[in-house]
Design a protein around this ligand. Structure first.
Ligand code: NDP
Ligand code: HSE
Length: 444
């Protein structure tokens, strides 16, 4: 039997402890497969005193993750702390400079510094593996790096954030409140340390920037991606979408267009019979349109201790087998620096919800603004009157605030630019009580 593969694991939270448990549960199987055992020789976390879900064996404790990354007692550094800078970046850099292979689940770090870290890995002849960084347990990085490497990818898209999909599913299926569903996602270990990354769409955008780089060889800066989160999705939108035969999802889409690459993360409406509508709870899915392979859709758990640990372990096993591939499939020198496409050119159908004062002429003014921009409407639904302010009765008493109604518009095919202009004009007219809600309808 050969020498063990020695690991230094920094981060003993949801993912780190999942990995420790997996390596212990499957130690014998993994050793048989690889012909060598995997041993955790060093660990680091913030608090040494914290109770952990599993024993850490004889692993040496390091207060400083950078010291662990440099320590010669381990040959592979596993970064599971999180954070786009700080100790995660310092430790990963230190490990790569020490010619150690690195495995990380940290999409925030990679979205910001991935190309620079890949260059460092390349120049030191070591691996930088990050299967767990995108879509949890779904082996999407391996799929793009290996199985589909010979294809020209035209589009990559998906439900890339488990927390958001969990919240939207709970709001739709169980009529749960947003805050309540988010709390449960946090308790289950799905959410980021700062859940704003999830609900603001940034975590999905981190993942989309990695997929864009892998799929198109394009180094799209994370802040070039158009990002909208789900924090403004209300139960009124969920109800209206359901009644109209749609389902609301947070979707990341990157595609080659005649104007360049379009990359965006936004809530979208998908038809209830679409495969994406079936993807509920913490489940993620990633679709890839390859020129030779055709259209693929991978579905699986997008977050959580076990699925993420499974992805981290597969990266470690690749290292144990001596597989060292360029992190972004091709050498960093051939990655093209591109700018994300401005969404003004985006074309499609739109859902709009307006809270309109219940007074004569309001609807006529709205439809005029739409027609001024050549936006043609497929349907208009006026829902029962509701109060302008929460807690007020629907029918105002004399002198009280005016009642308002939710009006739902579905447009025919139009452009983002036309929609934005029409909605700006509607806002200026003063016939609505709050900012319009606009959600793109995705034909997937
Ligand atoms: P947790 O918050 O559960 O765990 C973070 C761990 O890192 C804790 O053990 C913490 O120590 C340790 N840590 C934090 N800061 C430091 C520091 N400065 N020095 C040393 N240790 C530190 O996070 P997760 O396990 O959920 O996430 C880890 C990474 O995996 C993140 O990059 C995340 O984005 C990514 N990820 C998470 C998934 C999930 O489902 N949770 C899925 C896919 C990726 P202590 O325990 O003492 O507080
Ligand atoms: N917070 C992330 C999610 C973890 O909910 O998808 C997995 O990357």
């Amino acid at each position: 039997m050969s020498e063990p593969l020695t690991l230094g694991v920094a981060g003993l939270g949801t993912v780190g402890m999942g990995l420790i448990q997996l390596l212990s549960a499957h130690a014998t199987r993994i050793e048989k497969m690889l012909g060598r055992p995997i041993t955790v020789t060093g660990v680091s976390a913030r608090s040494r005193k914290k109770e952990r879900e599993a024993a850490l064996g004889g692993a040496q404790w390091f207060d400083d993750p950078v010291a662990l990354a440099k320590d010669p007692s381990n040959s592979v550094f596993i970064e599971l702390m999180g954070g786009e800078d700080g100790p995660a970046k310092a430790a990963v850099e230190a490990a790569l400079k020490a010619k150690k292979h690195v495995v990380t689940a940290n999409k925030a770090l990679l979205a910001k510094h991935g190309i620079a870290l890949a260059k460092l890995a390349e120049s030191n002849g070591v691996a930088l593996n990050f299967e767990a960084a995108v879509a949890g347990g779904i082996p999407i990085i391996k799929m793009l790096r290996e199985a589909l490497a010979a294809n020209e990818v035209r589009r990559v898209y998906g439900i890339l954030n488990g927390t958001c999909n969990f919240i939207l599913s709970k709001m739709t299926d169980e009529k749960r409140a947003f805050a309540d569903a988010l709390k449960e996602a946090q308790e289950k270990g799905y959410a980021e340390a700062d859940p704003t990354f999830d609900i603001g769409g940034f975590d999905a955008a981190h993942k989309l920037s990695l997929l864009t780089c892998l799929a198109f060889g394009a180094a799209v800066a994370f802040d070039e991606i158009h990002v909208e989160g789900i924090e403004n999705i209300t139960s009124a939108d969920i109800e209206a979408a359901t009644e109209l035969g749609y389902c609301i999802k947070l979707l990341g889409v990157a595609m080659q267009t005649e104007h360049g690459i379009e990359a965006r993360v936004t809530p979208v409406l998908v038809a209830e019979e679409s495969a994406l509508a079936e993807v509920s709870g913490v489940t993620n899915c990633v679709g890839i349109d390859g020129d030779f392979a055709g259209n693929l859709l991978l579905v699986g758990p997008g977050a959580g201790s076990k699925p993420t640990a499974s992805a981290v372990a597969s990266d470690i096993m690749d290292v144990a087998r001596g597989l060292v591939l360029p992190p972004f499939i091709r050498p960093t020198s051939v990655l093209e620096k591109v700018k994300g496409l401005n969404l003004k050119a985006h074309q499609g159908n739109y859902y709009v919800r307006l809270k309109v004062y219940d007074r004569p002429g309001a609807m006529a003014a709205i439809t005029k603004r739409m027609s001024d921009e050549n936006v043609s409407l497929e349907s208009i639904v006026q829902r029962r009157p509701g109060p302008v302010h929460p807690g007020q009765a629907a029918e105002p008493a004399p002198g009280e605030a005016e009642a308002a109604v939710n009006v739902i518009l579905i447009t025919h095919d139009t452009t983002e630019d036309a929609m934005r202009k029409a909605l700006r004009a509607i806002e200026k007219d003063g016939k609505i009580t709050e900012r319009p809600q606009m959600i793109r309808i995705e034909d997937l």
